[in-house]
Design a protein around this ligand. Structure first.
Ligand SMILES: [Zn+2]
Length: 111
C-alpha cells in the first residue's frame, strides 16, 4: 500500500467503515510508516477532541491512551477475523473429506 492510499483510508478507518481486509492492509502500513501513523494519530486526536466537545466536557482527554486503545482494539478484531477465516477453511476441508468418504462408501455399495 502506498502512503496516498493509506491517507485516503484514515477517515474511513476512524469511522469503522473499512472492510476487514482493508483494515488489515491499512494497519500493516501504519505500523511500518511513521509518517502515516503520525497522520492517523493527528486525525484521531482531532476527531476525539471534537467528539468530546459534543458530548461531555468533563471526560478525561487521554487521547494518546485512547488512540493506542483503538489500535489494540483493531488488532484484536483482526485476530478474531483471522481465526474465523481459518475455522471456515478447516470446516470447508472437513466437508470435502466427508463428501469424499460418503462417495467412496456409496461406490463400494454399487459393486
Ligand atoms: Zn505511509
Amino acid at each position: 500500500m502506498e502512503c496516498k492510499d493509506a491517507i485516503r483510508m484514515i477517515h474511513p478507518y476512524l469511522e469503522h467503515a473499512l472492510s476487514v481486509e482493508e483494515t488489515e492492509r491499512f494497519l500493516k502500513h501504519t505500523e511500518s510508516c511513521a509518517s502515516c501513523r503520525e497522520e492517523l494519530e493527528i486525525y484521531f486526536t482531532v476527531m476525539a477532541a471534537m467528539d468530546n466537545l459534543d458530548r461531555d466536557r468533563n471526560v478525561s482527554l487521554n487521547l494518546k491512551g485512547r488512540f493506542e486503545e483503538q489500535l489494540s482494539e483493531s488488532r484484536r478484531e483482526l485476530a478474531f477475523w483471522a481465526f474465523i477465516r481459518r475455522f471456515r477453511h478447516a470446516a470447508l476441508i472437513g466437508a470435502w473429506v466427508l463428501l469424499a468418504a460418503v462417495l467412496i462408501i456409496e461406490i463400494r455399495f454399487l459393486f
